[in-house]
Design a binder for this molecule. Structure first.
Ligand SMILES: NC(=O)c1ccc[n+]([C@@H]2O[C@H](COP(=O)([O-])OP(=O)(O)OC[C@H]3O[C@@H](n4cnc5c(N)ncnc54)[C@H](OP(=O)(O)O)[C@@H]3O)[C@@H](O)[C@H]2O)c1
Length: 367
C-alpha cells in the first residue's frame, strides 16, 4: 500500500533564522526486526522544545506559508554550531499502531506500541522492535505516548540514589509531569523525597498525590522549610532541572547546614557528609550560581537518561521497563491539556503556548 509520510523538521541557518516546517520523507518497508508504526500521539516535552526551537527568541515567532519562523540571537549561534543548516527531525517518543512489520514480527501488525527514538512528530515511524513496548489491547494512544522519557528518568533517579548509597532525594521543580511520577514512585517504594515547588497550587497538587515533604520556594520560610525537610528525610542527593540560578546551591547549602548541626565541633572545611547534586535540565538558561557555604564534600554533575541507560546493568533496565509497562495507567500516567495536529504545531500562537512548559499543561501532537 502506498503511504505518504510527512515529518516535522527544524533548521537553523548560518545567519540565525529558525525554520520549522513539514517535509515529505520517503518511507521504506520494514526489514527484519523492524516495525512501521502509524503515529497516533507524541508529547511535547521540554527536551523536544530544546531541539525544536533551539535558542530562538520565542518573541519573534511568525509564520509564512505554513512555515514557522523565528530569529536566533547571534550570540547564541555558537552553542548550536554543529546543527546549523541541518534539517532535524523532532519528537523523542510517541505511540501508534503497527501497520507493517518485518517477516519475523508479523504477529505485531495491528498492535499498539509505545516508542522511543526521535522523529516522532511525523505520520509514520520505521523503528526497531527493541525501541518499543507492545501495549495491552485496552491501552489507548495517550497511555503509551509518554512511557519512556519521564518514567525512565524518574525511576533512574531512584536507581542512581541507591547505587551511590544515598537514601533520600531533593527534587526541583517537583510539580512537573516527571516530578509527579517521582512522588508516586517514592511513596510506593518508601524513599524519602523533598519536593521543591514555587506556588501554593503546586504544594496542593503534590500533597493530593500523597507527597509528605513539599516546600514552596516563593515563601520567606523556604530556607527553614527546606532544611527541616532535609533533616527529616536525610536527603544528601538532589536532582535539579531548573539548572540556571541558585537552586542547586541553595539545596547544597541546606544539606550542609543540616549536616553541620550534627557535628561535635567546628571544622573550617565543613562537614564530611557527601552531598551529590545533579543538574538534569535547563528550564532556566541563566548561569548556574554557586554560593559555596557547603564545605568540600560535594559533587555536582549532569544527569541524562540515555547515558544512564547505557551504563546501567541490563537487568536493571529490563526491570525498569517492565515496571513502566505494568504501571502505565497509575504511577506513570501522563495528562495532557491540549491535543494538536502537526499543522497546528506550526501556528505561532499555539507554539508560544506549548513552549511555556507550565505545570499540568502538556501538549500532545496527534498527527
Ligand atoms: N536529563 C534527562 O534525561 C531528562 C529526562 C526527562 C526530563 N528532563 C527534564 O525534566 C524537566 C521536567 O520535564 P517535564 O516533561 O516533567 O516538564 P513539564 O511537565 O512541562 O513541567 C515543567 C515544570 O517546570 C516548571 N518550570 C518551568 N520553568 C521553570 C523555571 N524557570 N524555574 C522553576 N520552575 C520552572 C514548571 O512550573 P511552573 O508552572 O511554575 O512554570 C513546571 O512545573 C525538564 O527540564 C526536562 O528537560 C530531563
Amino acid at each position: 500500500m502506498e503511504r505518504e509520510n510527512i515529518e516535522l523538521r527544524s533548521t537553523i541557518s548560518d545567519d540565525g533564522k529558525l525554520r520549522v516546517n513539514l517535509e515529505p520523507v520517503p518511507l521504506a518497508e520494514p526489514g527484519k526486526g523492524q516495525l512501521l508504526v502509524r503515529i497516533e500521539a507524541a508529547p511535547i516535552n521540554p527536551s523536544d522544545l530544546g531541539l525544536l526551537f533551539g535558542p530562538a527568541d520565542i518573541g519573534t515567532l511568525t509564520s509564512q506559508d505554513g512555515v514557522l519562523l523565528a530569529e536566533v540571537p547571534q550570540q547564541a549561534l555558537k552553542a548550536v554550531e554543529s546543527r546549523l543548516g541541518e534539517s532535524m527531525p523532532v519528537g523523542n517518543e510517541g505511540a501508534g499502531k503497527v501497520v507493517a512489520a518485518g517477516s519475523d514480527l508479523q504477529d505485531l501488525i495491528g498492535k499498539r506500541v509505545a516508542m522511543i527514538g526521535g522523529a516522532m512528530y511525523a505520520r509514520y515511524r520505521l523503528i526497531e522492535r527493541e525501541s518499543c513496548i507492545v501495549l495491552p489491547d485496552d491501552a489507548g494512544p495517550e497511555d503509551g505516548a509518554s512511557l519512556f522519557v519521564n518514567p525512565l528518568t524518574a525511576l533512574g533517579f531512584v536507581e542512581t540514589m541507591r547505587a551511590q548509597g544515598h537514601t533520600a532525594i531533593v527534587h526541583a521543580p517537583a510539580a512537573s509531569n516527571l516530578g509527579q511520577m517521582l512522588v508516586r514512585i517514592c511513596k510506593d517504594d518508601g524513599v524519602g523525597l523533598v519536593n521543591i515547588v514555587r506556588s501554593e497550587e503546586q504544594v496542593k497538587l503534590l500533597r493530593d498525590l500523597g507527597a509528605t515533604h513539599v516546600v514552596n520556594s516563593s515563601l520567606d520560610s523556604f530556607q527553614q522549610d527546606l532544611e527541616a525537610a532535609i533533616e527529616e528525610t536525610g536527603a544528601t542527593m538532589s536532582f535539579d532541572a531548573i539548572g540556571g540560578g541558585e537552586m542547586t546551591s541553595i539545596i547544597l547549602n541546606a544539606m550542609e547546614a543540616v549536616a553541620k548541626r550534627k557535628m561535635d565541633s567546628y571544622n573550617r572545611y565543613g562537614s564530611t557528609t557527601m552531598k551529590q547534586a545533579y543538574i538534569y535540565g535547563a528550564l532556566d538558561l541563566s548561569p548556574t550560581i554557586l554560593r559555596r557555604g557547603f564545605g568540600f564534600s560535594w559533587n555536582i554533575g549532569g544527569w541524562l537518561l540515555f547515558p544512564f541507560l547505557q551504563s546501567a546493568d541490563a537487568e536493571v533496565v529490563k526491570r525498569m521497563r517492565a515496571r513502566v509497562a505494568d504501571e502505565m495507567k497509575t504511577t506513570f500516567a501522563s495528562h495532557y491539556t491540549s491535543r494538536i495536529t502537526l499543522e497546528e504545531a506550526l501556528d505561532p500562537e499555539i507554539a508560544r503556548a506549548y513552549e511555556r512548559k507550565s505545570t499540568g499543561e502538556k501538549y500532545l501532537i496527534t498527527p
